[in-house]
Design a protein around this ligand. Sequence first.
Ligand code: NI
Length: 173
Amino acid sequence: MALRDILIHPDPRLKKVAAPVPEVTAEIRRLAGDMLETMYDAPGIGLAAPQVGVLSRLLVMDCVKGEADPARPMVLINPEIAWVSEAMNVYEEGCLSIPEQYGDVERPAEVVVRWTDLDGKGQEERFAGLWATCVQHEIDHLNGKLFIDYLKPLRRQMITRRMVKLKRERARA
Ligand code: NI
């Protein structure tokens, strides 16, 4: 497995709708492994393929919080939200493509998601709490949407300016 570079906003690839994965190939399995390694290394709790420059509908996540709790690395291929709760929840979100910037986002508190796993089998699960927020945030990435798109325009523009500056500094380093 290998670490992949995480794209930083603004980048046109983060605004694109990703294409469905037609088949779970060796390449897809390698991508998922690399993405998990990259996510844990960052460290982060979720990562979507477009964030490493691959415009495919695949995401990884692990929202286990406690250091003592066993990790739960998940790979979701072609995920679809099948149901959302009426109850909403506000979380302060961040994103590996928008480092060190945070904002409150309101989303359904619970969701049922269907996806294909690495064995090509259909899966379905109901997510709540941080898992629900994370899976919705990552599925947004597959549709070219970022958490800052939910913020007020002025706040979004401020964060984008900071990221432009960060990218300029990194390019110079
Ligand atoms: Ni993100």
